[in-house]
Write a protein that binds this ligand. Structure first.
Ligand code: HEM
Length: 147
């Protein structure tokens, strides 16, 4: 686990106080979200269709920061505390020329990992809906591009 234990504890405490019936709490809180994020990036790095996007980050030691941002974004999206301080999705992905095909692949990796971690079906469906709605912010590559 590469996530800061103190931060995860704060997220859980705050969630219990402010929104105990959230999907974030239901799936097991910050520990569960962090485990999902770790596995998600393991799969993206193991997938030949996606690994190349992350090479610059791996080489510059930026993967830990990306995982941290992803934990905070997922926490927020699942109704947990809002601590996300990364860039918005359009700004952080605009230069990557991500195609629809790559986006669908990455979305499936995320949903599959959540399913493997026993996230309930109603939350998976909500996550699928959110992935559909933010797609235009992430997909900027033309159909048929190499990536
Ligand atoms: C499925 C919806 C997606 C979500 C919710 C998402 C979320 C995020 C977040 C929160 C960040 C961090 C932004 C920051 O650090 O300021 C990020 C960065 C990044 N994402 Fe995504 N992402 C998605 C799809 C994708 C896809 C399809 C790819 C390509 C395979 C991708 C590749 C990257 C890369 C390479 C970065 C780092 C960019 C950089 O720092 O230069 N993401 N993403």
């Amino acid at each position: 686990m590469t996530q800061d234990a103190a931060l995860l504890g704060q997220l859980d405490n705050e969630a219990q106080q402010t929104n105990p019936s959230s999907a974030f709490v239901a799936i097991g809180g910050a520990g569960a979200v962090s485990a999902v994020v770790e596995e998600f990036y393991s799969r993206l790095l193991a997938d030949p269709a996606t690994t190349g996007f992350f090479t610059p980050l791996v080489e510059s030691d930026g993967l830990a920061a990306l995982k941290r941002h992803q934990v905070l974004m997922l926490t927020k999206v699942l109704g947990g505390p809002d601590r996300y301080a990364g860039r918005d999705l359009q700004t952080s992905h605009g230069h990557l020329a991500i195609t629809d095909e790559t986006y669908r692949r990455v979305s499936l990796h995320l949903l599959t990992v959540m399913h493997d971690f026993k996230v309930p079906m109603d939350i998976l469906q909500a996550a699928d809906g959110i992935l559909g709605s933010v797609r235009p912010l992430v997909v900027t590559g033309a159909h048929g591009d190499a990536q």
